[in-house]
Write a protein that binds this ligand. Structure first.
Ligand SMILES: C[S@@+](CC[C@H](N)C(=O)[O-])C[C@H]1O[C@@H](n2cnc3c(N)ncnc32)[C@H](O)[C@@H]1O
Length: 225
């Protein structure tokens, strides 16, 4: 199998930023407004999604372990997309079922992905946006929780991890009160360990420093069609 060729992107010739700002405001996202042709870029519509893949470690490892699942990563930072595409192109064993896309989570969940199409959605170490007036920039918020329910298949899983206790508690409260999701661990409980079989960059960093990680695992309710 050969690597799918991503659509040419005019930003490909942009100079690489020397330093990345700590957080990018997703509400000011200027990138794509239309989805790509899923068949052209990854052989069909995505079945697994990571929102905010950063340096892509989790998806590169997971795609190598799961050759039959079409896996999409989206991130609002073009520099990360570029780096991950380069890493993908350098692999000895191509992963044509993995695609890194420059896209914004809310738009993608609302308009680009088909209802009940995903088995897994992963949100690892989401930007915390601590100030109350910035909460709407969080990727898991009062609007996106319903969109997450929309794209997950019945039985599908939402995985969230963070090193921020307060953020974990707020996400726990929000998801617990969301129709269509059930905490896989029981009400109010965090998952004791990762179940994806691969780690994100942040996750590995925090684990190496002995930091506590709060993990949430919610299942989409309803019977699989
Ligand atoms: C703290 S990093 C975590 C990266 C990676 N998940 C990890 O665990 O190493 C958060 C990532 O989410 C991305 N991001 C934030 N809001 C987003 C949004 N609305 N849509 C897509 N990506 C987003 C950021 O650009 C950043 O790469």
């Amino acid at each position: 199998m050969s690597l799918p060729v991503a659509r040419p992107d005019p930003r490909e010739s942009r100079p690489r930023p020397r330093r990345l700002r700590q957080h990018t405001n997703p509400l000011a996202f200027q990138g794509a407004r239309e989805p790509p042709d899923w068949h052209a870029v990854m052989g069909g519509p995505p079945e697994e999604l990571e929102i905010g893949f950063g340096l892509g470690e989790l998806l590169l490892a997971r795609a190598a372990m799961r050759p039959s699942a079409r896996i999409l990563g989206i991130d609002v930072r073009w520099a990360y997309v570029e780096r991950c595409r380069e890493a993908l192109a350098r692999l000895d064993r191509p992963l044509p079922h993995l695609h890194f896309l420059h896209a914004e989570g809310t738009l993608c969940l609302r308009e680009w992905l088909a209802p009940a199409s995903l088995r897994h959605v992963v949100v690892y170490f989401p930007d915390p946006w601590f100030k109350k007036r910035h909460h709407k920039r969080r990727i898991i918020n009062a609007t996106t929780r319903g969109l997450l329910v929309r794209v997950l298949r019945p039985g599908g899983l939402l995985h969230v991890a963070t090193d921020q206790q307060m953020l974990a508690a707020e996400i726990m409260e929000l998801l617990t009160a969301t129709d269509g999701l059930r905490n896989e661990m029981g009400p109010g409980r965090y998952a004791p360990h990762a179940v994806l079989g691969a780690r994100s960059g942040r996750e590995a960093d925090h684990a190496a420093r002995g930091h506590r990680i709060w993990r949430l695992l919610f299942r989409r309710t309803g019977s699989p069609a």
